[in-house]
Design a protein. Structure first.
Length: 201
């Protein structure tokens, strides 16, 4: 296999378009720079994502990568590619939802830390057996008030403390947490709650 290092986006794009058959058959592979991604075109990007392994991680991590390419890479066999996609804020909601169901804890942690993660996906992750995942949901700014209310009853005090520190938690949820048996949970309310201080500590 011959590795092609183009001079720039235009040169790389032209090579891909002219040598598709040889790239597909494995005679050539291309390497890209992240800054070239916007200029390569969606068809070319999807093509190299399928046939040039070295391009997958740069594509998976770039917010300039088109949604269709990220959806394809979300199914990649390489866990590091999937982790990059899971952490990419440009990844479509449906792809993040699929990744949230991954067997890999590292992938799920990336999903829950992604600021683009939907409230529906976060609700699914809130039911994880892993406290670290639930805590990530409790901290997320897209988590619904209903999910936060459920997590306020979590057995793990770190999860409850994260709910207490989330400004999206409802007044009713904060009221419940103000009576928490763990002082550190109650203390977290001081940063976000409008409840009187004497009721929190």
């Amino acid at each position: 296999m011959v590795i092609i290092k183009a001079k720039g986006a235009a040169d790389c794009s032209q090579f891909i378009e002219n040598q598709r058959d040889k790239i597909k058959s494995g005679v050539y592979t291309v390497e890209i720079e992240k800054e070239w991604i916007p200029g390569l075109g969606e068809d070319n990007l999807l093509f190299i994502a399928k046939h040039c392994k070295s391009t997958r991680r740069p594509l998976a991590a770039s917010t300039d990568t088109p949604p269709s390419v990220l959806e394809h890479l979300a199914q990649d066999s390489d866990i590091w590619v999937r982790i990059d996609v899971a952490g990419n804020t440009a990844t479509p909601a449906n792809a993040l939802d699929d990744l949230a169901r991954s067997e890999s804890r590292d992938v799920r942690l990336k999903v829950v830390s992604n600021t683009s993660c939907s409230s529906e996906t976060l609700d699914y992750l809130s039911k994880s057996i892993e406290a670290g995942i639930r805590r990530g949901v409790a901290e997320h700014q897209n988590t619904s008030q209903q999910t936060l209310a459920a997590l306020a009853e979590d057995a793990n005090p770190d999860v409850r403390a994260s709910v207490a520190g989330n400004a999206r938690a409802s007044g009713a949820t904060r009221e419940i947490l103000s009576r928490d048996a763990i002082a550190s949970v109650r203390t977290c309310l001081l940063y976000t709650s409008t409840l009187p201080t004497k009721r929190i500590v």
